[in-house]
Design a protein around this ligand. Structure first.
Ligand code: 5GP
Ligand code: MN
Length: 339
């Protein structure tokens, strides 16, 4: 670890020790790492007797509603219905000593929750994504060599003065398990497995995580997968596999965008492909794209060209256009990256 990193961890510890009121915020469209990390920090701070709010732009995804204390999340979309600062804030969110944003560094990706940032005296970022061009101003505890923010948190846990319990272990284990695809993606290194073993020892339940996160889905999600597999298209001589989901198709099977979680990984099972993508029309003329790659191909770099980002092997971006226009805009870059 660099001394710069150690200095940031020390700064975070001192901000935690000195602060009395905190807000913990995960990114928009949160995943198991964002939610698990946020709840873990929430529990740890609460146990220290601090006043803590857990606020996200979006609701906790259904498949994460087995995590301890998930009901304590509050919705920033409800707090800021006009997506603008409001005057009559509930008293408990008028002021915070520290805002801790987890699993992201870009205020833009907080969506409605970004209006909480000016209410905090200071900001800390705990994240494992590469820094982009939009980075919150504050204490940056960021290291992209960690497979998950939860894994980074696990490693700095005692240094920032937190104590483990079994609920915290379950939250951190969920973050590591989800960002490593259930310990099968390339980012599953010895460090992740050692942490997982220790978190299981401390009370984490890995088989419950597998069952709740991946192996139980509503009927609409399975039907949506069927639609996406049926729409499969192949490009670049088999090197790129992609699919689409239109608003009408979502409606036809009674699915919501949440039901599309994981579908891009199914598309990526085409044996010849090295890049896969799923183009989803989750709102009229709003296309969210999930992109995955095998090996050394960096799809975050491709997505950054379209104001998106992510990791080398898992990234995303959004287009304000029709499905076919989004495909036409992105595919040349994906095909070039696949060759
Ligand atoms: P997913 O396809 O699962 O939504 O996203 C894959 C990865 O890319 C996640 O790490 C996610 O945080 C990141 N990602 C997706 N969309 C965006 C985006 O628009 N901007 C940035 N910076 N990262 C994104
Ligand atoms: Mn993550």
């Amino acid at each position: 670890m660099s001394s710069q990193f150690d200095a940031s961890v020390a700064a975070l510890r001192s901000a935690i020790e000195q602060g009395e009121s905190f807000v913990i915020i995960p990114h928009v469209n949160p995943d198991g790492d964002a939610i698990g990390s946020a709840i873990a920090v929430y529990i740890a701070l609460t146990k220290k007797g601090k006043r803590v709010e857990l606020i996200g732009a979006d609701e906790v995804p259904r498949n994460l509603r087995f995590l301890p204390r998930w009901e304590e999340f509050r919705s920033a979309r409800e707090m800021f219905p006009d997506d603008a600062p409001t005057e009559n804030m509930p008293k408990e969110i008028e002021h915070f000593d520290l805002a801790i944003i987890v699993d992201l560094s870009a205020p833009r990706r907080l969506a409605h929750a970004r209006h909480l940032i000016p209410l905090a005296k200071a900001v800390a970022v705990v994240d494992h994504h590469e820094l982009g061009d939009d980075v919150a101003d504050g204490i940056l505890v960021v290291d992209s060599s960690y497979a998950a923010t939860a894994l980074l948190l696990y490693h700095i846990w005692e240094a920032i003065g937190f104590e483990f319990d079994s609920d915290i272990a379950q939250c951190l284990l969920t973050g590591i398990a989800t960002d490593t695809g259930g310990f099968k993606f390339q980012n599953t290194d010895a460090r992740a497995l050692r942490a997982a073993a220790d978190l299981v020892q401390r009370g984490g339940n890995l088989s419950l995580i597998h069952e709740m996160v991946w192996d139980r889905k509503p009927e609409s999600a399975l039907k949506l997968l069927g639609v996406a597999l049926n729409n499969l298209r192949i490009a670049a001589n088999g090197k790129v596999a992609y699919s689409t989901l239109s608003l009408q198709e979502y409606e036809s099977v009674g699915a919501t965008d949440e039901d599309s979680e994981g579908i891009v990984n199914e598309v990526g099972k085409v044996d010849s492909c090295v890049i896969s993508a799923l183009f989803r029309e989750h709102l009229p003329n709003r296309i969210r794209v999930s992109v995955r790659s095998r090996g050394d191909i960096d799809v975050a770099e491709v997505c950054r060209k379209f104001e998106g980002g992510g990791h080398k092997n898992a990234a995303g971006c959004t287009f304000s256009s029709s499905l076919e226009s989004a495909i036409a805009a992105l595919m040349p870059s994906l095909e070039a990256a696949a060759l």
